[in-house]
Unconditional design. Sequence first.
Length: 136
Amino acid sequence: MGSESDREVARKAETILEKLGIPFETKVISSHRNHRDLDKYIETAKSDVFIAIAGLAAALPGHLASLSTKPVIGVPVSGKVNLDSILAMVQLPSGVPVGTVGLDNGTNAGLLAAEILAISDSEIAKKLAKYRNGTL
């Protein structure tokens, strides 16, 4: 997430990932305030999918997508100007895709990350099916 103020939205994604038994790591790294740390993190992260939660100018998802070929899921965060974060994610230039979920929708970000991982992990696919039918 871009800042500690995004914690509530991140918690929604964490809750889903925990429920599905998917390991994750949550970090606060601003692409504006400490882009060098973010660059290093992207380079060394063992993640298969990134969930990037950011508000206002929301540079985090695009920054991640520009430096990685791994899927990036953007979660725009509501605030003083809600459209800024949404547009920053959905209007990225061609060649730098970010899958974007709804405003503050950390839950869908966690589910989309799980769906991506389930393509090559049958256990996650089974858990997702149980989640969808209400038995998990």
